[in-house]
Design a protein around this ligand. Structure first.
Ligand code: ASP
Length: 331
């Protein structure tokens, strides 16, 4: 009896304690979230060309515009630039000499749109946005995507520039399919933004791996792989070997890790480590694989991680627009 009484008494004390500490914790959390100023607006994008892309996005963000409009405007700058040889117009072709483009977009309400293996259209990101807004579907590919784009008023254009054609013909001479990492044989513009209203969106667009097999689709147009946005948690995008990013559903994984409390940088690092582990267990050579993630959370904190040195990303917030080297696992 006395034991039972003690037990009940202790239980009471315990629940009081738990109750109090829960209250304390809540108070602390809400104090913390009120005290921590959200870093917004902010935009992040992959690689050197992210600097120019960020400038376009910033014009929208700095005028109270939406993250969705910002990311579309930002990546269109790189899509239109013939000197950027891994995205949009001027992108390197597949092994048959055809430029095929992949892109996707995701907003704060989990609306998604995507196109893959799209030919002859300079701005796949805007076609992806139309898929998101004007169709009951989330992804259109190949000829169907082209037909849809033409119906929506996009112009058919030749995307294969003279230099790309010349290089492709050179490549044909000794078709080396395993190209070195980190040089311009691939690279994607992935862009994620938090707007002044506190909403997140992202966009991802690429011509994919140079000299890929015709019909090959990478991670960039795959929601959850090349891009993912959860307006309660954060936004993530990827670049590098798409096959490896798809294997771990990379961008979704990074968002889920942030949900569990990982910082953006540590979430990216954990995802990169998973790719490394799988590469090793599949007995593949890590030196031929590069992947980089960039991530932003709801507070406007950001981070990145990649496998090998050489990846960088651009950040634009109230402190300006700058390039940052992604931390890497190998040194
Ligand atoms: N992720 C792209 C793809 O696999 C290429 C890249 O970002 O390097 O198509």
């Amino acid at each position: 009896m006395s034991n039972r009484r003690n037990f009940i008494k202790n239980l009471g004390a315990l629940s009081l304690l738990l109750g109090t500490s829960k209250l304390d914790l809540n108070a602390q959390n809400s104090k913390k979230s009120r005290a921590t100023k959200v870093n917004k607006p902010i935009v992040l994008s992959t690689w050197d060309f992210g600097i120019e892309a960020n400038k376009g996005a910033w014009e929208v963000l700095n005028n109270n515009g939406t993250a969705l409009d910002a990311v579309e405007k930002g990546v269109r700058i790189v899509e239109a630039d013939p000197n950027e040889r891994s995205v949009g117009y001027g992108g390197r072709p597949d092994r048959d000499g055809i430029v095929t483009l992949d892109a996707c977009i995701m907003d704060d309400k989990a609306n998604i749109g995507s196109v893959a293996s799209l030919e002859n259209i300079k701005h796949p990101i805007s076609v992806a946005r139309k898929v998101m807004e004007d169709t009951p579907h989330v992804m259109l590919v190949g000829d169907g995507a082209l037909q849809f784009a033409l119906e929506k008023g996009f112009k058919k254009e030749n995307l294969l520039t003279d230099i790309s054609e010349k290089e492709w013909k050179e490549w044909l001479k000794d078709t080396n399919y395993q190209l070195p990492i980190n040089i311009e044989n691939h690279d994607t513009i992935g862009m994620i933004a938090l707007d002044a209203h506190g909403n997140l969106s992202g966009a991802c667009t690429t011509s994919g791996m140079a000299y890929k097999m015709h019909g090959r689709v990478g991670d960039s147009p795959i929601i959850g792989a090349g891009l993912y946005v959860d307006n309660e948690i954060g936004a993530v995008t990827a670049t590098g070997h798409g096959e490896e990013v798809i294997r771990i559903a990379g961008s979704h994984l990074v968002v889920e890790l942030m949900r569990q409390g990982y910082s953006p940088e540590n979430a990216c690092k954990e995802a990169v480590n998973r790719i490394i582990k799988l590469t090793q267990s599949r007995k593949k050579d890590l030196k031929n694989i590069q992947v980089g993630f960039i991530a932003i959370n709801k507070q406007g904190e950001y981070g990145s991680y990649c496998i090998h040195p050489g990846f960088n990303f651009a950040v634009y917030d109230q402190t300006g627009n700058r390039l940052i080297n992604g931390k890497s696992i190998t040194k």
